[in-house]
Write a new protein. Structure first.
Length: 397
């Protein structure tokens, strides 16, 4: 190759290299500029289509917008509105749940999606999952905590409810009703519990969770009726028979077993209580309720020292449970420890009265400052320090 041809080759190669470098620098910027311009155009188009009520057109434009800019929350929200207006609930929820989690609008989108899932979309289990996901996204959101805690209570997921409340304490995000739910946690029962679980079970007929909660709340309501009639007696017998069927269908269901133990204790059936305690799933850690029931059985079978330890373990897990203090007082009397028994009995009386007042509230979230102040004193006395600290913070002590 001659010198001139070699120089020409180097010049051409250098020019090509510069062109490649320049393209690498400027082409992405140009493409991004085009993308942003297209996103802006689609945003304006969606606004006009929404104002005109052109839902089919809005759907087309919004879906295109989500492809151009997947991180645009308004793109997904416009798509959700478009299909909702056309009566397509499942797709509405799908679009709402696509709103990027880092965008503040995702909280409202997820909350709205969960409400639809729990209501007209008939996806209650998924609604619970959406709320749990939202709680992980926004652990300090009191509105989300409130819905989760109430739903766990309504579906008799006692341990999950307690865990949720205690987790909320860490963020000062517990709703006002949380303290009331803890006071009645030993026996959750709601006037609308049967109705809501019936609705959710109709949406998901194979759900063990909703079937159990529905039947237990119905049976509980019928047992507590002051004026029993032949008709309500028939209903109660049918409800009890349904519980037997569910126990056979779901023999490892902890909620059903604990409810059966409670009934056996009311009937003073010591042998049945022992059998039911043995049937509790071994893989699950004992909770305050099963430990209290175990204490009752140990007391009735003449094992006072072991019963005391079981009650103390129960109290350590849920200090607000007045029943555990009451039964601890009984077992302490059996051991002639009268001073300790009197102290436990005094706490039991205070807790029992508080629980009664909580049950009388028309709305669990409407506990007045006087009731909260009494709860604070009781929580402090029984060693429920997390509850006492939360109430103190709310009351501004």
């Amino acid at each position: 190759m001659s010198v001139n041809r070699r120089n020409l080759f180097l010049v051409v190669a250098g020019a090509m290299f510069v062109s490649v470098v320049m393209a690498a620098i400027f082409v992405p910027d140009w493409l991004e500029s085009r993308r942003q311009a297209e996103a802006a155009r689609l945003e304006q188009e969606c606004q006009l289509l929404a104002e005109d009520g052109n839902w089919e057109g809005l759907e087309v434009a919004a879906v295109q917008w989500t492809k151009v800019d997947p991180q645009a929350a308004d793109a997904w929200l416009n798509a959700a509105e478009a299909v909702q207006q056309q009566g397509r609930l499942d797709e509405t929820i799908e679009f709402l749940l696509q709103v990027p989690q880092k965008d503040p609008k995702s909280r409202h989108a997820f909350l709205y999606a969960s409400e639809m899932q729990l209501g007209e979309a008939r996806q209650p289990a998924q609604g619970l999952e959406t709320l749990a996901r939202l709680r992980r996204m926004a652990p300090s959101a009191e509105a989300v905590r409130s819905k989760l805690i109430s739903l766990y209570a309504m579906t008799l997921q006692r341990e999950r409810m307690i865990e949720e409340i205690r987790d909320a304490f860490q963020y000062r995000a517990e709703p006002p009703e949380a303290y009331v739910y803890l006071m009645i946690a030993d026996h959750l029962s709601f006037t609308n519990g049967f109705q809501l679980n019936t609705q959710w079970l109709a949406a998901e007929p194979d759900s063990e969770l909703f079937a159990v909660a529905r039947s237990l709340q119905l049976a509980d309501t019928l047992r507590k009726l002051e004026n029993q009639t032949p008709e309500t007696q028939i209903q109660r017998e049918a409800a009890e028979a349904e519980l037997v069927n569910l126990s056979e269908k779901f023999p490892q269901n902890r909620t059903l077993i604990l409810a059966a133990i409670r009934t056996a204790i009311d009937d003073e059936d010591v042998a049945q209580v022992g059998q039911l305690l043995d049937s509790l799933p071994a893989a699950v850690e004992p909770d305050s309720l099963s430990l209290r029931y175990k204490g009752w059985h140990l007391m009735k079978t003449g094992q006072a020292a072991e019963a005391e330890q079981s009650y103390l373990k129960s109290i350590a897990l849920l200090p607000l449970d007045w029943h555990s203090w009451h039964e601890l007082a009984n077992v302490l009397r059996q051991q002639a420890r009268l001073e300790d028994a009197a102290a436990a009995a005094e706490l039991a009386v205070i807790g029992k009265e508080l629980r009664k007042d909580c049950m009388a509230l028309p709305d669990a979230g409407k506990a007045n400052p006087e009731l909260l102040s009494r709860m604070y004193s009781y929580a402090s006395a029984v060693g429920a320090n997390d509850v006492a600290a939360a109430i103190r913070f709310r009351l501004g002590y």
